[in-house]
Design a protein around this ligand. Structure first.
Ligand code: ZN
Length: 194
């Protein structure tokens, strides 16, 4: 049965998830959960999914930003967001160990707050340390949209949602995003929402 994505209000989204051991990571149960999360992320579709969103308070997230998701964005929107394809990636027990001083603000959504989004400031670049799906330690420097996704997913594993970090006056449903805000520069949106 496909994983059901938990919606805001479920306590599992608000508790810190527990670390996984190397032994657990290699076991069938977690390997199977990774596969199920990949399927659920793709069918949503979304660019990231954290285990709590599948109802499991475990420090595990999957990320994938496919080129075919970029077709609705213009070349300049992709460039502004520094959004490039990200191959499928598994983050286990991730920690953000450093951040750039610079930040970027863009609309961001979440599969657990279906139908809504808001402007969220995020660090432009971060370094993340984690275990991969084999339990091997990794360190990765990520920037732009990839860094945004990583920060969003790491937040999930600590019980934090984007609504805790958003510029709350920008909160909108997707219909009104398309109608009023989607094509405006962020600077102008902020001016209008003052
Ligand atoms: Zn989310």
């Amino acid at each position: 049965m496909p994983l059901e994505i938990v919606q805001a209000g479920d306590p599992v989204l608000r508790q810190p998830s527990r670390l996984l051991t190397a032994e657990e990571i290699r076991a069938h149960k977690i390997q199977q959960l990774i596969e199920e999360m990949r399927e659920a992320m793709r069918s949503a579709p979304g660019v990231g999914l954290a285990a709590p969103q599948a109802g499991y308070p475990l420090q595990l997230a999957v990320i994938e930003d496919r080129a075919d998701y970029h077709q609705k964005l213009t070349a300049s929107q992709l460039a502004e967001r520094e959004r490039r394809p990200v191959p499928f990636q598994v983050l286990i027990n991730p920690t953000i160990v450093s951040r750039s001083d610079q930040s970027r603000t863009f609309f961001e959504g979440c599969l657990s707050l279906a139908g809504y989004c808001a402007l969220v400031p995020r660090s432009l670049s971060v370094r993340v340390e984690y275990l991969d799906e084999q339990g091997a330690p990794r360190s990765q420097d990520v920037t732009g949209w990839h860094a945004r996704i990583v920060q969003h997913e790491v937040d999930h594993l600590q019980g934090t949602l984007y609504i805790d970090r958003m510029l709350s006056r920008s909160f909108t449903n997707l219909e009104n995003l398309a109608r009023h805000w989607k094509d405006l520069p962020v600077r102008e949106i902020l001016e209008r929402l003052k």
